[in-house]
Design a protein around this ligand. Structure first.
Ligand code: FES
Length: 102
């Protein structure tokens, strides 16, 4: 089992999951308010999260959709993350008061 910690501005989620699980599935299952604009098909490049621990090299889609600066800051596309080890990420949960800022 993998220990996943998801930090948002409002909450901290501690989740146990199977190796190889896609981060999008976990976010959906936990009802975390986060948007996958292209339906998690890797096309829009907008499901950005910050990897704090446990996410390895960027995927080929990360390299296409994210800037070098973002890659260096450990920003990754949530829909491209498959968990391989204990992982910690930060994401911007969509709340009423920050929705208009998007
Ligand atoms: S939801 Fe569009 S790239 Fe991830």
């Amino acid at each position: 089992m993998i220990n996943l910690k998801i930090n948002t501005k409002e909450n901290v989620y501690h989740i146990k999951c199977k190796e190889g699980t896609n981060l999008k599935e976990i976010i959906k299952n936990e009802n975390i308010n986060f948007i996958f604009p292209c339906g998690a098909k890797g096309r829009c490049g907008n499901c950005k999260v910050k990897a704090l621990k446990g996410v390895e090299q960027p995927t080929s889609l990360d390299k296409i959709k994210l800037s070098k600066y973002e890659l260096n800051q450990n920003i990754r596309l949530a829909c491209c993350i498959y968990l391989k080890q204990d992982t910690e990420i930060f994401l911007n949960e969509i709340t009423e008061y920050n929705f208009l800022d998007l």
